[in-house]
Ligand binder design. Structure first.
Ligand code: F0G
Length: 369
């Protein structure tokens, strides 16, 4: 009997018709896989596109806003899309170990897919700058975690050097299969809406995802699965806005630790993508990110991580330029549960503690007395 990780893309496991087989099986014809590719999957992809009327209302004109909630992937971020491809292709090439640098989400995804693929994972992270949930996941999945006394950019430089000399496969987004997997999010957006949106708002860190989305929209457009392509609107955090400032940031800072990156690996391709789409890459402040983070949770019921909220913060910043009747998709890259500390510190809400267990006290605490 075939297990999921042993089946090739053309022979997904035979389960019921409503079973989602993961994005490699579903989009095999659009991906560089063959029947010989050992698919390592956790049934990633197929994430919801959620209508956000509360955000549309803030545009001050009739328009539609949707949230592509990729925080509902198996490890809670969009990284699973790229990791199913990178790990499957590494396995196909005979690798038994993988490595990545990460601000947290890539490491969680690498560790989980390595576990499912029966491989060893090493992750190099900036010491003290990875959200607790991401660390917890990566520990549980059994990766070797190496925390360096420097930032993500240094970690990436180190793993790039290391993989030239040692027999471990690099699974950062400089691995071309990562972006191939991530482009499927654009396919899903078009498959859900029936066409490409007018705008796509997306957070930018290492700049791989904006590049991958653009690839996906272009492929669908070329194959007439969409009649148009969106304007790509990318948003960096102000304290790490290398592309916006057109210079490497030696000491990037932001509350959105996932995008605390000062020298994005896909800088050139991301720039080409937004320019070809007549879009932009701009920055948003930490305060704007936190406002959008709370708005998404309070007004839409969607809890994302701070970096993800940069897409909505960016849309709010550009609200005056939104054309009437536009269809806009904001990408929410990661789940809010990954970063409980930031949520608790910045929710602007409080727990009423020490309440006596009687009706009178509880009614009083409810403000109904
Ligand atoms: N949002 C989240 C939640 C992320 O984790 C990242 C990147 C991004 C946005 C930016 O995407 O790098 O493709 O521009 N996280 C990487 C990591 C760097 O190591 O997890 P990008």
């Amino acid at each position: 009997m075939l297990t999921l990780s042993e089946s090739g893309p053309l022979s997904p496991p035979q389960l019921g018709s409503r079973h989602w087989p993961g994005l490699i099986h579903h989009y095999a014809q659009w991906l560089p896989v063959t029947d010989a590719t050992p698919v390592v999957s956790l049934c990633e992809g197929n994430t919801p596109l959620i209508a956000a009327p509360a955000i549309a209302k803030r545009m001050g004109k009739p328009c539609e806003v949707y949230l592509k909630y990729d925080g509902l992937n198996p490890t809670g971020s969009f990284k699973d899309r790229g990791m199913t491809m990178a790990v499957s292709k590494a396995k196909e090439a005979g690798a038994s170990a993988i490595i990545c640098a990460s601000t947290g989400n890539t490491s969680a995804a690498a560790a989980a897919y390595a576990a499912q693929g029966n491989m060893k994972a090493y992750v190099v992270i900036p010491d003290g700058y990875v959200a607790k949930g991401k660390l917890a996941q990566t520990l549980m999945y059994g990766a070797e975690i190496i925390a360096i006394k420097d930032n993500f950019d240094k970690a990436l430089a180190m793993v790039r050097q290391l993989t030239e000399k040692y027999p471990v496969a690099l699974v950062n987004s400089v691995n071309r299969y990562r972006l191939e997997g991530q482009k499927t999010a654009a396919f899903e957006v078009v498959d859900s809406l029936g066409d490409a949106p007018d705008w796509l708002c997306i957070p930018v860190g290492n700049a791989g995802n904006i590049t991958a989305y653009w690839m996906g929209f272009c492929h669908y457009y070329q194959h007439k699965k969409a009649t148009r392509r969106p304007r790509m609107m990318g948003f960096e955090a102000e304290g790490s806005a290398a592309i916006v400032r057109n210079q490497v940031i030696e000491h990037p800072e932001t509350i959105a630790t996932a995008i605390r990156i000062g020298n994005p690996a896909s800088w050139v391709r991301a720039k080409a993508s937004y320019q070809a789409s007549h879009g932009t890459i701009d920055s948003v402040t930490d305060d704007e990110i936190l406002d959008a983070y709370r708005l998404l949770a309070r007004s839409c019921g969607v809890f994302c991580e701070p970096a993800s909220a940069a897409s909505v913060a960016g849309l709010l910043k550009y609200r005056d330029q939104v054309p009437a009747h536009a269809r806009i998709v904001c990408v929410l890259t990661g789940n809010g549960l990954k970063d409980p500390e930031t949520a608790i510190l910045h929710s602007h809400a409080q727990i009423q503690t020490g309440v006596e267990p009687d009706l009178k006290s509880i009614v009083k605490a409810m403000g109904m007395d």
